[in-house]
Structures are given as C-alpha cells and as structure tokens.
Design a protein around this ligand. Structure first.
Ligand SMILES: *Cc1c(COP(=O)(O)O)cnc(C)c1O
Length: 455
C-alpha cells in the first residue's frame, strides 16, 4: 500500500494560542539597548514604534498567548496548512528516510509571512494606529503586511530595497493592489536614505538601510505612524509558532516523530515558528529531535558571525540586541534568496545556537538551487529560493540515511513558493548563477563598527 501523502487538519484544529519560547529558554534573555545611549531601553522608547500590546508580548514570560478571534478568522483563509510526506522525493532519492514538509506557500501571498502580518495589523488597529511603515527586500514581507493592513483598514508605507524594486516588480504590484505606497530604498524621503544616496547615487539598497528609512519615518511622525517588522523580534517569532504547533498534531496523525527539524533562517521567524514547538518538547519532555537552522554561505550570521550586541539596522537607529551578526554595515552579496540577506539573527535563535540547542549550517547558492529543482521535479512545487536552503539540508540528511540504511524521520518547513522568483531559476538553468565566495573582507570591515557595549 502506498503511504499517506497529506496530513490535513480542519479549521476547528487551528491553534487557539501561540507558543512563547520565553517561558522555556534555557538561558536568560539579554537586554535590548537604546541605539543612542546603549543603556537598556524602556517600554517608552519602544512605544514610539510599536503598540503596547506587542511590546508586552515581546517580554511576556507566559508560555501561551491567546490568538484573538478576528486573527483566527483571517488565518482560516489558508490555515491550517498541509503537512505533506514527500513520498516521490523519497523514491527519487532511493532513501529509507521518511521526509515530511510543512507547506506555508498556500497562504494568499505565498509564504509564512502573513502569520505575523495579520496579528500585527490587528493589534495596531486595536491600539488606534492609522498608518504603518515597514521595509521589504524582495517583497514577501511587504505583500503580506499590505494584505493585512488592507483587511484592517490601516495605511501602509513600504520601503523596498531598490534593486528588487526594479528587478522584481510583481510583488510591488501586489502591494499596490492592496493599497500600499511603495518607495524604492534608498529614497530621498528620509535622512538615512539621502545620506546613502549622497555616498552612492546608484546604491542598490539593502534590508538594513530600508529598515532605517521605515523606522525614521515612524519615529519622526509625531505618533501618527507606527512601524512593523517582519522577522527577528520575539513577538514575530511567536506569531509564527502556529506552523510548528500544527505540525506537532500532523506528525501525530502520521504516527511518527521527527528525528530532524529543519528550516531556513534569514531573521529566524519561519525557522523558529516551525522549530520552537519541537524544541519545547526537547526542553520539557525529553524528546531528542535534532533542530537545524540553514543559512546562505554568503550571509552566514549563525555559522561565521560573532555572538554580540549590534544594531538592527544600517544607520544604527534601531535597538541594539545581542545576536549572531556580521556587522550592521555589512551588505550581503546579491544572492537570489533575498529574504536571507540580513546581517543579524533573532536574539532567541542566536542564544539557542550559542547554547547548543540548535545546530546551524550554511549552504551555497548553486547546491541550493540544485536541491530546489530536484524537489520540484519530484513533488511538483517550485520552492522559494529561501526555502530551498531547508530542502538542501533535508536531502543531504536523507542521502546520509541511504548510506547508513537508517530510517530517520526528516521534517522541514517549506516557507514559500518560488513563483515570483522564476528569473532566478531561469538563470540557474542557463548556467548564469554563481556561488559567492565567503565575503571575508567586507565582514571583517563591518565588524569594526560594532557598538561598544559594556553590559
Ligand atoms: C522572508 C522569507 C524567509 C526568511 O525570513 P525568516 O524570518 O528567516 O523566516 C524565508 N522564506 C520565505 C519564503 C520568506 O518569504
């Protein structure tokens, strides 16, 4: 008999609460510092940017935070998402391993990002926010927040990394379709943007710089606008926990428990959302799943960065946190996995890698695309280039099982589809994609600009 392929939950099984790793962290949380004074921030400082409800979530020690009913209602447009067993991939690899993937590409904008965009818009609406600002790289986050702001009738101003704004117009069109205003960053609308343009009129922009612009606009709006971030922060990772909570139930339906939990990591949100509920089982119930975060070799914050205090953005205006970082002034090479081009990493993911609870691996661009193509030929889905990093390591582990004959259970998060990244696949098929060398010099230079913190 052929094994079951899909493990589906009906709407009634949508999680009622988010899982908050703060309750179970084996290491004490590190303070968040003010970018000017480098002293611990007060809620007052953060409340310029975020509504108090989200700030309280950020520091809450509660293990479970209730998901408001209006958020669950919108989640139901695409959640619960399917857990698939990649039966045809197992056959193609001729591996005894069982491979499962959680598919977040079924969301309206094609990635996991609406899982936090919707609650962020909801809590802002509740707090009376009329307008939000944000940044976006290739546009996954921007399109998710544009959809969410449209649902809750909030204005949205998006700073989109310039090179993507010009090279990848489709997601910009999606954002504009939902009513958002999209500006190419660096723009002439902010000090940070104008300074960057003065240095280099042809600056392609970067995520760190776009964050500086979006933060500046909110911080100088006299309270009219708040700011929203699509990854890195604790509340963002927590909102994503619906992914892993559903997967726990679905693995139970499949009658197996994963030996490997694998996710790609840019700022850490889809990885944490998928992995933390399993980490909870490791930390509290003696489970032993091996949890792996996968990053690009050209932007290797977890595997090659320092674990230290650094700014969240290029212009050094965002809060300073302790994280794995390549230096806030580092501009990563233009790999196609735009969502993984960030100098830092979520503080909790960083702390857990440092403490040994999570393993980190770096993979190169070409081997990543090779895995994505192999996966799509077997399973029919074209992965987002970001998600393909997780596919690479899942296949690597399945191939190890082929050598050893072990029947391991491998689960990974397929964080999105690649339908708006087809030009990257085109370049790959034409042999025009390349691997970037580890940018040692640029990183060494950036590391000289770390803030001098004495806590
Ligand atoms: C944005 C994005 C990522 C990277 O962001 P994380 O916060 O690390 O999850 C990964 N995959 C997809 C499909 C994305 O859109």
């Amino acid at each position: 008999m052929s094994p079951q392929h899909k493990f589906l939950l009906d709407e009634s099984r949508l999680p009622k609460a988010w899982y908050n790793i703060n309750a179970d962290l084996p290491v004490p949380p590190q303070p968040v510092l003010h970018p000017g004074t480098l002293e611990p921030v007060t809620p007052d400082f953060l409340s310029v940017l975020f509504p108090m409800s989200l700030i309280l979530q950020e520091i809450s020690p509660e293990r479970w935070i209730e998901i408001p009913e209006p958020v669950r209602e919108i989640y139901k447009l695409w959640r619960p998402t399917p857990l698939m067993r990649a039966v045809r991939l197992e056959q193609a690899l001729d591996t005894p391993a069982h491979i499962y993937y959680k598919y977040e590409g079924v969301s309206p904008v094609g990635s996991h990002k609406p899982n936090t965009a919707v609650p962020q818009a909801f809590f802002n609406k509740e707090a009376g926010t009329k307008a939000l600002t944000t940044e976006t790289g290739a546009g996954q986050w921007g399109s998710a927040l544009a959809m969410a702001c449209n649902f809750f009738d909030i204005d949205l101003e998006i700073y989109m990394v310039k090179v993507s704004y010009h090279q990848k117009p489709y997601r910009r069109i999606i954002m504009e379709n939902f009513g958002a205003d999209v500006y190419a960053s660096p723009s002439d609308r902010t000090h940070a943007g104008r300074a960057a343009l003065e240095q280099d009129p042809n600056s392609p922009g970067s995520l760190g710089l776009a964050i500086s612009e979006a933060v500046e606009v909110a911080a100088t709006s006299g309270g009219a606008k708040k700011y929203s971030l699509g990854s890195v922060l604790g509340h963002v990772l927590m909102h994503q926990s619906v992914i892993g909570l559903e997967t726990l139930e679905q693995m139970e339906m499949a009658g197996e428990y994963p030996d490997f939990i694998i996710g790609c990591a840019g700022g850490g949100s889809n990885f944490a959302g998928f992995a933390y509920p399993f980490l909870w089982k490791n930390l509290t119930e003696g489970q032993r799943a091996k949890i792996i975060a996968v990053e690009p070799a050209s932007c290797p914050s977890l595997t090659r960065g320092a674990y230290t205090f650094d700014y969240g953005d290029t212009a050094a205006t965002a809060p300073v946190v302790k994280m794995h970082t390549l230096g806030h002034t580092f501009i990563p090479p233009s790999i196609h996995a735009g969502g993984l081009r960030y100098h830092g990493m979520a503080p909790s993911v960083s702390a857990l890698v440092d403490h040994g609870d999570i393993e980190a691996r770096a993979v190169k661009q070409l081997e990543t695309f090779a895995a994505a193509v192999q996966f799509s030929k077997a399973e029919g889905i074209i992965p987002a280039p970001e998600s393909a990093h997780a596919v690479r390591v899942a296949i690597d582990e399945a191939l190890k099982c082929k050598l050893t004959g072990e029947k391991k259970v491998i689960a990974f998060n397929l964080s999105g589809h690649g339908h708006f990244d087809l030009m990257a696949y085109d370049q790959y098929h034409r042999g025009e994609l390349k691997d970037y060398e580890y940018p040692a010099e640029a990183i060494a230079e950036a590391m000289t600009h770390l803030p001098k913190v004495s806590v």
